[in-house]
Design a protein around this ligand. Sequence first.
Ligand code: ATP
Ligand code: MG
Length: 422
Amino acid sequence: MADTIQSVKGMNDVLPPDSARWQHLEATCRELFARYGYGEIRTPVLESTALFARGIGEATDIVEKEMYTFKDRGERSLTMRPEMTAGCARAYIEHSIHGKEPVTRWWYCGPMFRYERAQTGRYRSFWQIGCEVYGIAEPTIDAEQIAMLTELYTSLGVGDLTVLINTVGSAEDRPAYRAALVAFLEPKQDALCGDCKRRLVTNPLRVLDCKVPTCKDAVAGAPALRDHLGERTRAHFAGVQRTLEALGVEAKVDDNLVRGLDYYTGTVFEITSAAGALGAQSTIVAGGRYDGLLESLGGQPTPAMGFALGVERALLCMGGDAAAFVRPIDVFIATRGEDSRVRATALAHALRKAGLAVEVEHRDAGMKNQFRRADALRARHALALGEAELASGGAKLKDMATRQEVEVRLDDVAGIAAAARA
Ligand code: ATP
Ligand code: MG
């Protein structure tokens, strides 16, 4: 026998019925985002490597060690998108959206790729759903996005939520803070992990975000960014908090929340869920403001705010048996012989046009076997088309739960549909 080929490490298939849970989550997002005025954007999986190096930042985990980068046959360096914010920003600039409308609201859904240590809630191919708003500098939009997310998770039944917010300050606030943080951390260098020793030079704020215990200890008592914020940043953050309060969203300020990506300015947030017992992977969505990103990619200065939620992580925290999300079959048609199968196929075709979900037994199987399959499929009704039914043109539609039967005419599609809906 030939060797079988396995899927790539950290990259998973999603099969029915589990895909029904995915569809439920996606449909909930689609409907919710439409109510908030977002339109869907779809961009290619592949982008120029330079987009991520510039957009996300060279000194980030993603760009330093997580990207799937390769040369195509034309020697161009391409990268499989590790996130969507950079790609959306590229599209916004490329399509001159700035000149077309003052406010743009986009949402997206798709697979992202990062070369990470695969574990529960952390994969090399994973799905993100996210939103991007361009053109609004005011803090009310930051709060609106956070509130929309708490609404989303609540309606999905993802519980035990904690909303963490912080501000990483503006480009003007950061140099002074950076200097204070480096002065504090330099004497403790030996206690830092290898990555953080490097970050101390390239991107010291990232040390605050490190999950290594010795680094966590080292940053205890570090100067708080909060004490280095300018008036504008402080007023903005107060505006976010005030709006969250008005929306009834409880948010905790977390001084060490800095987020891993370079492009953030001002508000940053994460929502965690304890429902999936995911430990270090309990962050189900992260986002923030990146007012400098578009300009840094060659666009007009444009305020922007967005988030990305992890689909697999949300699903790990969402209750519900997968089968409960699958559309049940309204009518299962059991058959005997080829004449019966032809007639059943035509009847099913008509019933499906009338809006019902119908399964025909196309295999030449025994009746008992067929009814067992109808049960396994959780069919709500069954209709057997044996010789007698074909001859008389009448049949019995059986309710699989109550076992009650009603007489139907095989040529009365509307009547069968009505009986199956009753
Ligand atoms: P983490 O600290 O867990 O690595 P991150 O800061 O790299 O997360 P973001 O880039 O902000 O994550 O992505 C937003 C969300 O996407 C995360 O909060 C998480 O829910 C999800 N996510 C990120 N990386 C992965 C992954 N490798 N596998 C599954 N989900 C992921
Ligand atoms: Mg990460």
